[in-house]
Design a protein around this ligand. Structure first.
Ligand code: IYR
Length: 225
């Protein structure tokens, strides 16, 4: 028995016959398997309403105490993107110049990445995702948030799945450190920047590193007990 609290009947649950369940989960899995991280983008515009819907989808994610400890800044103006590139590339230069350490750079070698980030001005949208250490179910509250990194991670997964569903390509980009994003995006220092999600159409000659196509099997990643 649960303790007394305000509640309404489940408003929109949709039960599926088992045959539909299997077909739909298989189709969804196959579709997600077609998602590839892309590092070469076209400058073709993507309407703002698409990004808005994707952020709404991300905002429906479960979170600790339903505090929804996330904030999304969609960077779309050429000025803001140029500023972002000017701040991110020097950090990346230091990272690839040795700050990352040999082990990390070795791990990245099969991806062919380097400090040049032309996509930061080429792609139509860069979404900066912040986690809020304090908040609450209403904006402006200053209560403690719970499981903030986990909640933000789940919301970022929803965001990526939504944008992939819309036929867009993405790059999960994490310049390190990325504290400069707070000022650029006008967010308080109490928020932690987690990710830059580069969003757009892939360039006509976009490639995927062979390394990125190696996915672990079901047996490797799961057990049923
Ligand atoms: N932030 C760098 C380095 C980088 C780090 C990881 I872990 C990657 O999976 C890929 C890149 C960059 O964006 O190039």
């Amino acid at each position: 028995m649960m303790k007394p609290h305000d509640a309404v009947p489940l408003p929109d649950y949709l039960e599926l016959p088992l045959s539909d369940m299997q077909r739909r989960i298989d189709a969804f899995q196959a579709d997600l398997q077609r998602r590839h991280t892309v590092r070469s983008f076209s400058d073709r515009p993507v309407p703002r309403s698409i990004i808005e819907s994707a952020i709404r989808a991300a905002g429906s994610a479960p979170s600790g105490a339903n505090h929804q400890p996330w904030y999304f800044v969609a960077i779309g103006s050429p000025e803001a993107k140029a500023k972002l590139k000017a701040l991110a590339e020097p950090e990346e230069g230091r990272f690839y110049g040795g700050k990352a350490g040999e082990e990390w750079l070795d791990a990245l070698a099969p991806l062919g990445t380097d400090a040049d980030k032309p996509y930061l001005t080429m792609a139509p949208w860069i979404i900066a995702i912040f986690g809020q250490r304090r908040g609450g179910v209403s904006s402006g509250e200053q209560r403690k948030n719970y499981y903030m990194p986990e909640s933000v991670g789940i919301a970022m997964g929803f965001l990526i799945a939504a944008l992939h569903q819309a036929g867009l390509a993405m790059l999960t980009h994490t310049p390190k450190p990325m504290d400069f994003l707070n000022q650029l995006c006008g967010r308080p220092v109490s928020e932690k920047p987690y990710l830059l999600l580069v969003v757009g159409y892939p360039a006509a000659d976009a490639t995927v590193p062979v390394h990125a196509l190696r996915k672990k099997t079901l047996e490797e990643i799961s057990a049923f007990i």
